[in-house]
Design a protein around this ligand. Structure first.
Ligand code: SF4
Ligand code: MG
Length: 289
């Protein structure tokens, strides 16, 4: 057995839970799970320091399949729950996993605020451009021409662009992967985890059961790795790559160093403790009530 295969085998033993994935045969999410397990194996994160938080949807079943202190929460609320985990124990490596519907529809309002707070966590968005768990309704990333159970004559709204949104919201690490390219995705997950701040990875993860338009072949034809000369500190260039119509770029679009939410919070707490003594606090409270 080659060294790489031996490492993958070891990672599976260490990190795969006893729960077998219930995804349909051929679902893109299997590739993301494989890359995630490989990345954990490379980084050797102890399972007692690992927390995977998800919302609702096919991809949000993810936390069941990996060992850790994981939470399968409610629809669209994974990010605020994960933020709570991080604040309670900044030592924990927090991963948020969910789909396009969970992240960009019901949970869409949370992304800008978590991005600007910049907690040290990784958000992996498995985008199949459809609601798979509820049997194929239009999602925020479905294309206009896509017919679904709720849009039998095509969609009315154009799709959103997840990478552009993440860049605009101020995420300090923005990348895109494809579930079929587990080698690249493993590396992206490792880079995102090493980044100090809010790292988002948009993963194209096709749903062969309900999405007949954004298929593996369709994505394979369009997918191109970001050229090595791209400067990931150049946000304008990152936007340009994200806006490409004829290609789907994968790799790291953007990264920036900015203090994390946890470190800012610590500074505020230390200022508060040092600046206001008990008597002043009491006087201020009395004035308030
Ligand atoms: Fe995957 Fe689609 Fe099946 Fe859900 S419905 S498990 S996204 S193939
Ligand atoms: Mg979806």
């Amino acid at each position: 057995m080659s060294e790489v295969m031996e490492k993958i085998k070891q990672a599976k033993v260490e990190y795969k839970s006893e729960v077998k994935p219930t995804w349909c045969p051929g679902c893109g999410d299997y590739g993301v799970l494989a890359a995630f397990i490989r990345a954990l194996g490379e980084m050797k994160i102890p399972t007692h320091k690992l927390s995977i938080v998800s919302g609702i949807g096919c991809s949000s079943r993810f936390p069941h399949f990996v060992r850790g202190y994981n939470l399968h929460t409610v629809h669209g609320r994974a990010l605020p729950v994960a933020l709570g985990v991080k604040i309670a124990n900044p030592e924990i490596e927090v991963f948020v996993v969910g789909g396009d519907g969970d992240g960009f529809a019901i949970g869409g309002g949370h992304i800008p605020h978590v991005a600007r707070r910049n907690p040290d966590m990784v958000y992996i968005i498995l985008d199949n451009a459809i609601y798979g768990l509820t049997k194929g309704q239009v999602s925020p990333t479905s294309t206009l021409t896509m017919t679904t159970t709720t849009t039998p004559y095509g969609a009315i709204e154009p799709p959103i662009n997840p990478v552009m949104l993440l860049l605009a919201y101020g995420a300090t690490f923005v990348a895109r992967g494809f579930s079929s390219n587990t080698k690249q995705l493993t590396q992206l997950i490792i880079e995102a985890t090493r980044h100090k701040g809010f790292a988002a990875i948009h993963v194209i993860s096709p749903c062969p059961t309900f999405n007949m338009e954004i298929t593996f072949d369709f994505v394979r034809e369009k997918v191109v790795e970001i050229p090595p000369e791209h400067d990931p500190t150049n946000k304008l260039k990152a936007f340009e790559l994200a806006m490409a119509q004829d290609k789907i770029y994968t790799g790291i679009f953007y990264r920036e160093e900015r203090p994390t939410f946890e470190s800012n919070l610590e500074k505020i707490i230390s200022k508060f403790d040092g600046a206001i003594d008990e008597a002043v606090k009491k006087e201020r409270l009395e004035k308030l009530f």
